[in-house]
Design a protein around this ligand. Structure first.
Ligand SMILES: [Zn+2]
Ligand SMILES: [Zn+2]
Length: 553
């Protein structure tokens, strides 16, 4: 792809968020300079065993980091900033964020340990600033976290309204309503393209207000007779405030269970968003509070394996236990793809006799994303010539593009991660492709999602393994018994007899080998003998590892 040729045009390159809900990373380029908007994580799924989250493959932009002028963050959700601490060393560019978003990002860097010193520049909500050829106007739009900022980007070549995640809520409870005047003003000044949230494009009407949720949650908590647990997205400060207010009114002592909830409450306090007067106790003390007086706010609404609610449901939380008659309120929606994990947690809670309330039983959650009625209103204000749906799977982007055309938008581009898109009325479209993909966050390291380590781990998960070891003399003779373990295939105790037979079969094969055979030949012989025997006896194909030890006798 010859970027030089498009020097004087405006290009858009999503590296994440245009194949999935999550992992948002968007690039804009003009005059040989690049701008990044957001850098988030996504949830990993079963094809990545042992991995909880993924980050975008950023090799394409890392190779051009001298041309990358900065990273602008729209808001503090994990799918928009969560990858920054992991990828920072490959980017080393200045970061621009509002005070609340910046505060959470600093917390995240601190949790990763000492070392990285990111250069974060705080910009106020609604700020106007320029980075090289990019002139940016931040525009406050309501969402399920404070200080969400759409970014209106003006360049010599074209203008773009990059919406970020948003909804229109007339009673957001925390923070101001959307800046409708400014959105309309951008429309008046001429918007070539909108890059817009597609999450709820299949939902008719409007999403509703946080205010309705507050009334319902307060009612439920007030009526409960036993312990109440509420799980929600930690970052939904208005929802946390609602729960805290309801707990206070009901005279309940509150416990914040889970690191991300505590981190978020701290950040919200720092930014002046939460003025809770609640009486808080530590996790280890909440079981001493009478059941009818206790309220626990916890993480785990998506069934995340290490989150507090998941551990409580599994029965391995260090201090919190639930009893029959306790209530768990899911004040959150299911992110697509997490259904199985969430249901698993719910089943475990059901077996404990816990009552559950979700938004199916009661209106205890309202989305932070625009339904069709809100999209229509946005398009009427911004009046873009080109619509580029983002923040969705291919089916969301396709539906959003169709819908945008019914709203009078002339051109639409259904992007996929890695596409290079020309933003130019009359010629908008995909003009190239760059490297993109998923990188698995595996403990403290990053692994390519389709690399050899993950591929082998998947095979180990599905087929188990066999470990063969034996000693060979310098003269090339077998001088020890063959040791065989088959974790995940055969039990070391119960299947002793079969393991011994298989080992004997390998041994016979090796003893027939010519003296002075190389290690590689010994390995090959053992491997082949075991593979054949296991296929015959067990109809399995485990991963086989052979260790040959040479001894000087
Ligand atoms: Zn998002
Ligand atoms: Zn968001």
């Amino acid at each position: 792809m010859d970027f030089q040729k498009y020097q004087d045009r405006l290009l858009f390159v999503p590296l994440g968020g245009s194949n999935e809900v999550g992992m948002n990373l968007n690039l804009y380029a003009t005059q040989g300079k690049w701008l990044m908007v957001d850098c988030g994580i996504g949830f990993a799924h079963e094809y990545l065993p042992g991995v909880e989250v993924v980050v975008p493959d950023i090799e394409f932009i890392a190779e051009r980091k001298d041309q990358l002028l900065g990273l602008v963050l729209t808001h503090a959700h994990e799918d928009h900033l969560g990858a920054v601490p992991y990828l920072w060393r490959d980017l080393l560019c200045p970061i621009y964020a509002t005070p609340f978003t910046a505060s959470l990002l600093r917390h995240k860097f601190a949790e990763m340990g000492p070392g990285a010193k990111p250069q974060i520049t705080e910009v106020q909500p609604g700020a106007h600033f320029t980075l090289g050829p990019f002139e940016m106007q931040m525009i406050g739009i309501t969402h399920s976290i404070p200080e969400m900022q759409g970014v209106f980007i003006r360049t010599a070549a074209a203008t773009v309204m990059h919406t970020g995640d948003w909804k229109f809520d007339e009673h957001p409870l925390v923070g101001p309503v959307s800046d409708y005047a400014r959105l309309t003003a951008t429309g008046d000044s001429g918007v070539d393209a909108i890059v817009c949230d597609s999450t709820n494009v299949f939902i008719e009407g409007v999403g509703g207000s946080e205010e309705e949720v507050r009334d319902n949650l307060a009612g439920l908590i007030g009526q409960s007779q036993q312990r109440v647990v509420v799980t929600t997205f930690a970052s939904n400060i208005a929802r946390l405030e609602t729960i805290l207010i309801a707990a206070h009114r009901a005279g309940r002592i509150t416990c914040l269970a889970g690191r991300s909830i505590r981190r978020m409450v701290d950040a919200a306090h720092d930014a002046g968003y939460l003025a809770a007067e609640n009486e808080f106790v530590e996790e280890r003390e909440i079981m001493n509070v009478p059941r009818k007086d206790a309220l626990i706010i916890c993480t785990g609404c998506q069934g995340e394996p290490r989150a507090a609610l998941t551990r409580i449901a599994r029965g391995d939380h260090p201090s919190i236990r639930l009893s029959p008659g306790d209530t768990v309120i899911y004040a959150a929606r299911k992110i697509p793809g997490n259904d199985a994990r969430i249901h698993h947690t719910m089943n475990q809670l059901t077996r404990k006799g816990v009552e559950m309330i979700t938004d199916r039983e009661c209106h205890v959650h309202v989305s932070g994303h625009p339904a069709r009625g809100e999209l229509k209103r946005m398009y009427e204000m911004v009046r873009p010539k080109i619509a580029i749906p983002t923040h969705g799977e291919a089916r969301h982007l396709h539906e959003h593009a169709k819908y945008a055309r019914t709203l009078g938008v002339k051109e639409t581009v259904e992007a996929a991660n890695g596409n290079v898109i020309l933003i130019e009325p009359g010629n908008a479209g995909v003009i190239g492709q760059v490297r993109s993909g998923y990188i698995a966050v595996d403990g403290t390291s990053l692994l390519p999602a389709d690399g050899s380590v993950i591929r082998l781990r998947r095979k180990l998960r599905d087929d188990g393994c066999a470990l063969v070891s034996f000693c060979v003399s310098a003269r090339g003779e077998l001088v020890s018994p063959v040791q065989l373990f088959m974790p995940g295939v055969l039990d070391a105790q119960e299947d002793q007899e079969l393991l011994r037979q298989l080992a004997a079969e390998i041994q016979a094969e090796l003893e027939s080998a010519r003296p002075k055979s190389s290690d590689a030949q010994f390995k090959e012989l053992a491997h082949t003998a075991l593979r054949r025997a296991v296929k015959r006896d067990l109809d399995k194909k485990p991963v086989i590892e052979v260790a040959v030890l040479r001894v000087q006798i």
